[in-house]
Design a protein. Structure first.
Length: 139
C-alpha cells in the first residue's frame, strides 16, 4: 500500500494540495467525510505527521474515539483502521466483500487493535469503508 503523498513535515496538506494529489478520488474523499460526519457527529478531523516514512494522515474522531485515518495517496487514498478484537470479529462475520474479508483475516495485531488498511478506488470500496467504520463504532 502507498504511503501518504505528503511526506514533508513542513508541508501540511491544504484543501488545494489535497485535491491536486487525490485527483478524481477527491470526490470519494469528500463523500466519505460527509457520510462519516452525518453518521458520527460531531466528527473532527485533525492532520498529524506520522514520521517521514508515513507522512501526513488525517485523524477523524468522534469525541475521544478515532473512527479512522484516511491517508491521501497519489490518485487514491487508504482508509486505515485500528479495530478492537470485538469489532474485528463482528466485521469478519459481516457481508463485506471477499477482498475486504481477506484483508481482515490477515490484519496484523497491534497494541491499539488490528491494523486494517483499505485502498479506495471505487464506490464499492467506499461503501466497505463506511460499513467497517459503523462496525467499529458499534463495538
Amino acid at each position: 500500500m502507498s504511503p501518504s503523498a505528503f511526506l514533508d513535515r513542513g508541508s501540511r496538506p491544504t484543501e488545494r494540495t489535497l485535491e491536486a494529489v487525490l485527483g478524481e478520488a477527491s470526490g470519494s474523499w469528500a463523500d466519505l467525510r460527509a457520510a462519516l460526519s452525518s453518521r458520527f457527529a460531531p466528527l473532527v478531523g485533525r492532520w498529524s505527521f506520522s514520521g517521514k516514512s508515513h507522512g501526513w494522515i488525517l485523524k477523524l474522531r468522534q469525541k475521544q474515539r478515532t473512527v479512522l485515518y484516511p491517508v491521501p495517496c497519489s490518485g487514491t487514498f487508504v482508509a486505515s483502521f485500528a479495530l478492537s478484537e470485538k469489532a474485528h470479529e463482528a466485521a469478519q462475520g459481516s457481508t463485506l466483500p471477499g477482498r475486504v474479508l481477506e484483508i481482515l483475516r490477515t490484519a496484523p495485531r497491534y497494541l491499539e487493535g488490528r491494523g486494517v488498511r483499505i485502498e479506495v478506488h471505487d464506490k464499492k470500496d467506499l461503501a466497505s469503508v463506511e460499513t467497517l467504520a459503523s462496525i467499529k463504532m458499534a463495538n
